[in-house]
Design a binder for this molecule. Structure first.
Ligand SMILES: [Zn+2]
Length: 377
């Protein structure tokens, strides 16, 4: 048993690095990678810690991307062994916050690099790691900033493996080759408030908005394509300034988020939303923010390498997917057009008693090492 993966994962889980704090996770990684000849740079931006480490020069550049932060542990009583008290159950299952998202995958990456470098001291190409401590919260001082700096230094990347938990039932059964975009709208509607018993003196913004929201919910933005499911919308909040049960409000705000494919441009979405709300005669303020643009790996070189490693080590055909939320892969997309997300099973991520199979941690490490072998030797 390659218990070094488990030991490193446990060392990382023990640190309560709730986003955007790192609290020393990257120092552990720094020591391990420095020992095997990596050059290391830290980019500390406000509360966020970022680390970029590379080894090698000429040839293709293979990068591994990840995050050392985790979501909060929540109610400690709901954990069998504690959120930040890594527990190895019967030597088979490792419990703790970050076990699968994604300190376990980081441990698999580092051990893979140690084994790879030991066996191939003078490999061709460049192997690098980029980790941030702010993926789970705002992300404003994380990968987005480092990618900008790397771009200025003309550090281009040929292939990027993101260690996010992409697997569903069996390790490697799903890999992500892209992600949908995300746009959030905040809309405020003004009306005239008054006593509910005298409707002729009122302009109730709730009444105005109900048919429009209905239109919004049922709107068919696109039909999806072979790579993406159809664009979808969820209303996330509605609130009014009603003073009491017999007073209609004069202001209503609501928020919704749209996850969009590469079929529709955010500009078009903004235009359509404006059309739905501004064609109606009322006082309306529309604000929006694009959080992520969709990306898609259209080249099959890296996808084929990753799929063949999964086939070799786990005897399954992997499924290519673009589902799920956004990931930091969207920023790496500015440095490379070949991104694949391959990580642990996502069944318990962000939940109480997050856990991972020890055999999966070890298998993932073999997969990462095999990918290094195929691309850099
Ligand atoms: Zn994650």
């Amino acid at each position: 048993m390659n218990s070094s993966v488990v030991n490193l994962a446990m060392q990382l889980i023990k640190i309560p690095s709730v986003s955007p704090l790192d609290l020393g996770c990257q120092k552990i990684i720094y020591k391990r990678l420095k020992n095997i000849g990596f050059k290391i740079y830290f980019f500390n931006i406000n509360n966020t810690k970022n680390i970029f480490a590379y080894r090698g020069s000429e040839g293709k550049h293979l990068n591994f991307l990840g995050h050392t932060d985790v979501v909060p542990g929540g109610d400690e009583k709901k954990w069998k062994y504690g959120a930040f008290n890594p527990f190895l159950f019967k030597n088979k299952i490792l419990f703790g916050r970050g076990a699968s998202d994604m300190k376990g995958a980081i441990a698999s990456m580092i051990i893979a690099a140690e084994n790879f470098v030991t066996k191939n001291n003078s490999y061709k190409g460049k192997l690098s790691f980029l980790f941030t401590s702010d993926e789970e919260s705002s992300g404003i001082d994380g990968i987005v900033k480092v990618v900008d700096l790397l771009k200025k230094k003309k550090q281009y990347i040929d292939y990027c493996i993101v260690g996010e938990p992409s697997s569903e039932k069996i390790l490697g059964d799903v890999i992500k080759i892209g992600r949908r975009g995300s746009i959030t709208f905040n809309i405020k509607i003004k009306g005239i408030s008054g006593h509910v018993a005298y409707p002729k003196y009122l302009k109730n913004p709730i009444h105005i908005i109900i048919p429009l929201l209905n239109k919004l919910i049922n709107y068919q933005w696109d039909n999806g394509n072979k790579d993406f499911i159809p664009t979808s919308l969820q209303i996330t909040n509605i609130f009014s300034n009603s003073l009491s049960g017999n007073v209609s409000p004069d202001e209503l705000s609501f928020q919704f988020n749209i996850r969009f494919s590469n079929i529709i441009q955010p500009k078009k979405i903004v235009l359509l939303v404006n059309k739905i709300f501004n064609n109606n005669l009322f006082d309306c303020e529309i604000n929006w923010k694009v959080f992520a643009l969709p990306f898609l790996n259209k080249k099959f070189e890296l996808i084929n390498v990753v799929s063949s490693s999964i086939k070799k080590f786990n005897s399954i055909d992997t499924k290519l997917s673009t589902s799920g939320g956004t990931s930091d892969g969207r920023f790496l997309n500015l440095l490379t057009d070949q991104i694949v997300e391959l990580g642990l099973i996502n069944k318990t991520i962000h939940k109480y008693n997050e856990c991972v199979k020890v055999s999966d941690l070890e298998l993932l490490s073999f997969l990462y090492e095999d990918i290094m072998n195929k691309l850099l030797v």
